[in-house]
Design a protein around this ligand. Structure first.
Ligand SMILES: C[S@@+](CC[C@H](N)C(=O)[O-])C[C@H]1O[C@@H](n2cnc3c(N)ncnc32)[C@H](O)[C@@H]1O
Length: 422
C-alpha cells in the first residue's frame, strides 16, 4: 500500500476539539469507509480495490503485533481521520524506520486533521524507537507533498513511473524525516532568519530589545538580588519570566519552584500587569546540596521567601510532583476556567511528560520558559530535556524563540487543543 495523505495542505478551520487516540475495533467501519473513499480518488493510495472490515481486523492485529500504533483522530466523537505506522522494509537494518499512512474523512478535510496526526507521529517517533519516518506519496498528490514538506519532510527519493493507475504511469516520491530532526536541520531552523516564521523572527527581535530595555529599569536590580539569593537561573531568564508574566494572557504555571527565585520574578510580573492572573507553583520539596543555595528543607524556604517578598497571597503552592494525579487535579482546581499563558518548566528531565500533563490548559501561544535545554557540560538532565523539546519543535507543537542565560529555551506553544491518548 502506498502511504499517502489525502488532505488539502491549507487548513481552513482548525478543529478545535481534536483527540488522537489508539484505534479500537469499533472504529473499523469508519476507518474502512475513509480508506475506501480515498481509494476511489486514485491519488492517495496504490490500492485499487475496495477493502472490507475483515481486512481492517488484520490491520489492527498486525499493528499490535508490531508494537506500532494505529491512531484515529476524533472530532466530537466522530472518527475524522487515521494514521498508521508500519515497518518501512522487513530487514533488521531498517527497524528504526517506519512508514506512515494518513487518511482523512472527505467531509472533514481542511480542518488540520492530517497535520495534527503527522505532527504527533513526528513527536512520538523517538519514544516508539523510530528514528526516521517516511511517507510514500504519488508525485501527482501535490497537496500531500506540500503538507509533508511543511512539516519538515524532505524528498529522499523519486521513483519515476512505478505505479499504473487507470493505464497512466505515476511517479512515487519518498518523503522522509529523521526523528528527532538532525542537528543541522535544527540549527538551520533556529538560526537563520529566513527559515523562521516571519512573526517569530519579529518576536525574537522584540524579546532582545525588551531585555535591553529592562537593563535600564529598577526591576533589573530587584531581580539581580532575587537571583543572587534564591535562584539557579540566569538574570536574563528571570527578567524574561517577569516580562512574560506581565504580558501573557492567562495564568502562570511554574513546575519546579525550588526556593522561589523564578516564582518571585513571575509574581512581580503578575503584580505589575494589574490583571487577574493566577500564579500556581508546583514543588515537591526535599533537600539540596548547593554551594550558594543549599537547603535542608526546600518547601519551608520557598514559603519563607515568598512571604518575605510579600507575594505569598498571590501564589498557589502545590506540594507534589508535576505528573501525579493529585497535583494535576490541584492545578486544575486552582486554574478553574483560566488557561495557562506562561509555563515555567524547571524540574527534572521529563519536559515532554510535563507538557503533556498540562497541555489541555495552555492558551494558544502560551509562553514557555524551559530550563536545562543544553549545557556546555551536557549533563544527564539536559540531554533528554533537549531531545524532548526538539521533538516537540519538530512536530510543530512548540515554536522556538531563542536560548537565554546558560541553557534556557524560550518559545511558545502551538495547537493547544490537540490531546493525545495512547
Ligand atoms: C533546578 S530547581 C528549580 C530552580 C528554580 N527555577 C530557580 O529559580 O532557582 C528544580 C526543582 O524542581 C523540583 N522538581 C523535581 N522534579 C519535579 C517534578 N516532577 N515536579 C515538580 N517539581 C519537581 C525539585 O525539587 C527542585 O526544587
Amino acid at each position: 500500500m502506498t502511504a499517502a495523505i489525502s488532505e488539502d495542505c491549507r487548513p481552513q478551520t482548525a478543529a478545535t476539539d481534536l483527540t488522537i487516540r489508539d484505534a479500537v475495533e469499533a472504529d473499523l467501519p469508519a476507518i474502512i469507509a475513509i480508506y475506501n473513499a480515498a481509494i476511489a480518488t486514485r491519488i492517495a493510495t496504490a490500492q485499487l480495490e475496495r477493502v472490507n472490515i475483515e481486512e481492517g481486523h488484520h490491520w489492527l492485529s498486525d499493528h499490535s503485533t508490531d508494537g506500532y500504533p494505529f491512531w484515529v483522530a476524533e472530532i466530537e466523537g466522530r472518527v475524522a481521520g487515521w494514521l498508521s505506522f508500519k515497518r518501512f522494509l522487513p530487514r533488521c537494518a531498517y527497524r528504526g524506520t517506519a512508514e506512515i499512512s494518513v487518511y482523512v474523512d472527505e467531509k472533514l478535510r481542511r480542518r488540520g486533521v492530517a497535520r495534527r496526526l503527522v505532527r504527533e507521529a513526528i513527536a512520538r517517533a523517538p519514544s516508539l524507537g523510530i528514528n526516521a519516518l517516511v511517507g510514500l506519496i504519488f508525485g501527482h498528490n501535490e497537496p500531500s507533498l506540500k503538507l509533508f514538506e511543511q512539516l519538515g519532510f524532505q524528498r529522499w527519493g523519486h521513483l519515476p513511473g512505478v505505479a499504473q493507475l487507470e493505464a497512466v504511469e505515476r511517479d512515487l516520491i519518498v518523503m522522509g524525516q529523521h526523528c528527532p530532526a538532525r542537528r543541522d536541520a535544527i540549527v538551520k531552523e533556529t538560526t537563520y532568519a529566513d527559515t523562521l516564521q516571519p512573526h517569530s523572527y519579529k518576536d525574537c527581535l522584540n524579546l532582545m530589545r525588551t531585555l535591553m530595555d529592562y537593563r535600564q529599569q529598577p526591576i533589573h536590580s530587584t531581580l539581580l538580588k532575587i537571583r543572587d539569593k534564591y535562584s539557579m537561573l540566569h538574570l536574563d531568564v528571570l527578567i524574561l519570566i517577569y516580562h512574560f508574566a506581565k504580558i501573557c494572557s492567562g495564568s502562570v504555571l511554574e513546575i519546579g519552584a525550588f526556593v522561589g527565585g523564578a516564582t518571585i520574578a513571575a509574581a512581580s510580573g503578575v503584580r505589575d500587569s494589574r490583571g487577574q492572573k493566577k500564579l500556581i507553583a508546583i514543588e515537591p520539596g526535599g533537600s539540596v546540596k548547593h554551594k550558594r543555595l543549599g537547603t535542608r528543607n526546600i518547601f519551608r524556604d520557598l514559603e519563607r521567601n515568598l512571604s518575605r517578598h510579600r507575594v505569598s497571597e498571590m501564589v498557589t503552592l502545590v506540594k507534589g510532583r508535576s505528573f501525579e494525579r493529585a497535583t494535576i487535579a490541584a492545578v486544575h482546581r486552582a486554574l478553574g476556567s483560566d488557561k495557562i499563558g506562561l509555563l515555567i518548566l524547571d524540574a527534572d528531565a521529563g519536559k515532554r511528560r510535563d507538557i503533556e500533563c498540562y497541555r489541555d490548559k495552555f492558551a494558544e501561544g502560551c509562553w514557555m520558559v524551559i530550563d536545562d535545554y543544553c549545557r556546555a557540560d551536557s549533563n544527564a538532565k539536559s540531554a533528554p530535556s533537549r531531545a524532548d523539546v526538539d521533538a516537540l519543535v519538530a512536530a510543530g507543537a512548540l515554536e522556538p524563540l531563542g536560548f537565554y542565560g546558560w541553557s534556557t529555551w524560550v518559545g511558545r506553544s502551538r495547537s493547544s487543543a490537540t490531546t493525545v491518548k495512547t
